[in-house]
Write a protein that binds this ligand. Sequence first.
Ligand SMILES: [Zn+2]
Length: 154
Amino acid sequence: MVRAHVGPQDKRELFSLPFLLKYVFLIIKMLKSIKSSDLYNFIFLKCLHCKKGNFFVSHPYDFKKIGQVHKNCPECQRSNFPEPGFYQGAMYVSYGFGVALYMGLFIAMNILFPDLGMKNIIIVMSVLFVLLAPLTFAYSKITWAKINFSKKEE
Ligand SMILES: [Zn+2]
C-alpha cells in the first residue's frame, strides 16, 4: 500500500524548494537533450538540411510573410524548392492535420465537458481553428517538405 503514506505532510513536501529545484533541473536536462533532436528542429521550424537556419522567412503569425519559405536556407544555402509548385502538396498534409486535430478536440471536449452542448463546442472549435490556422499552415508545409526531402536523400 503505497498510497497509505500520502498525507498533508507529504503534499507540502511536493512544493518544497529542493523538490522544485530537482524538477527544474530535470526539465532543463530534458530540454538540452531534445535541442539537437529532430523534434526540437521541427517545433522551432528549422532548416531540414542543416537544422540551424530558419525554414520560414518569418514566424507563423507574421501575416505579411505568412507561409513564406526561404528559397535557399540562410545558413547552408541549400534549396527548399526542389521543383516549382512543390508546396501545393502541403494541402494534403494540412487536411490530414485538420481532421486529426479537430476530431481529437471534438472527442476530448465531449469527454471533458459533457454539458457544454454542440453549439458551444462548435464556437470553441471555430475560435481555435482561426487562432491555430497559421500554425497548422506552417507545420503542414514543413511536414510536407520533410516527407519529400527524406525520400530523396535516401
Ligand atoms: Zn540549412
